[in-house]
Design a protein around this ligand. Structure first.
Ligand code: 5GP
Length: 193
C-alpha cells in the first residue's frame, strides 16, 4: 500500500541531545532520509562537510538564500543555518520519510511550509542538566554557553506548537519514544487516503 511520507522535525534546545538521538534513530531506520543543513558556523573537530552540515561562508550562504534554495533559514547564536529545499522536496516526492533537527523558529517555519510535519520537542530533564551537558561537551566557550542557555529558556515557551514532547533523561527511553512516534505516524490512516 502506498502511503504519504512522514516529515519528522526533532527540535528543542541546543544540548537537549538532538544530535545523538537522531543519529541513533537513523541507525535503526537506515531508509530514513536526513536533511543536512547549511551553516556558516565554524566546523567543530570531527565534523565532516556534507555529512554533519554543508559548511558555507556567509557570502555563499547569502547567495543561496537569495536564490530561494532554503525552505527556512535562521540566525542562531551569531551564525546562519538553513534547510535545503531541493533535498527535502526530492525525498518527499520519492515517498521517503525524512528527519531534520532545526531550532524552534526553523521548526515553526517548516510546519508552515509543510503543515503535515510531525513536530517533536526534545526536552532536557532540567535547566541544570542542560547547562551541565553544554559545559561537558566543551564545544563552546562560556559566553556562547550562556547565550545558548538563554535561547533554551525562550525555546521552552514554544512547546504548544508541537505534537509530541520527549524528555531526554535516559537516552534509551527517549530513543524508544522517538522511534515509536515515527512508527505510529507511519500507520496513520490519513497517510494512505
Ligand atoms: P549547532 O551549532 O549546535 O550545530 O546548532 C545550533 C542550533 O541550530 C541547533 O538548535 C540546531 O538544531 C539548529 N539548526 C541546525 N540546522 C538548522 C537549520 O537548517 N535551520 C534552523 N532553523 N536551525 C538549525
Amino acid at each position: 500500500m502506498q502511503r504519504k511520507p512522514v516529515l519528522l522535525v526533532v527540535s528543542g534546545p541546543s544540548g537537549a541531545g538532538k544530535d545523538s538521538l537522531v543519529d541513533e534513530l537513523r541507525r535503526l531506520e537506515p531508509e530514513l532520509a536526513y536533511s543536512v543543513s547549511a551553516t556558516t558556523r565554524a566546523r567543530r573537530p570531527g565534523e565532516v562537510d556534507g555529512v554533519h552540515y554543508h559548511f558555507l561562508n556567509r557570502e555563499n550562504f547569502q547567495r543561496r538564500l537569495s536564490a530561494g534554495e532554503f525552505i527556512e533559514s535562521r540566525e542562531y547564536a551569531g551564525n546562519f543555518y538553513g534547510t535545503p529545499r531541493r533535498f527535502v522536496e526530492s525525498a518527499l516526492d520519492s515517498g521517503r520519510d525524512i528527519v531534520m533537527k532545526p531550532e524552534v523558529n526553523g521548526a515553526a517555519a517548516i510546519k508552515t511550509a509543510y503543515p503535515e510535519t510531525v513536530m517533536v520537542f526534545l526536552r532536557p530533564p532540567s535547566a541544570s542538566v542542560l547547562a551541565e551537558r553544554l559545559e561537558r561537551r566543551s564545544t563552546e566557550n562560556a559566553d556562547a554557553i550562556a547565550e545558548r542557555l538563554a535561547i533554551a529558556h525562550d525555546e521552552a515557551e514554544r512547546l504548544a506548537a508541537y505534537d509530541y514532547v520527549v524528555v531526554n533523561d535516559v537516552f534509551d527511553a527517549a530513543l524508544l519514544q522517538l522511534h515509536a512516534i515515527l512508527i505510529a505516524e507511519r500507520t496513520k490512516v490519513c497517510r494512505v487516503l
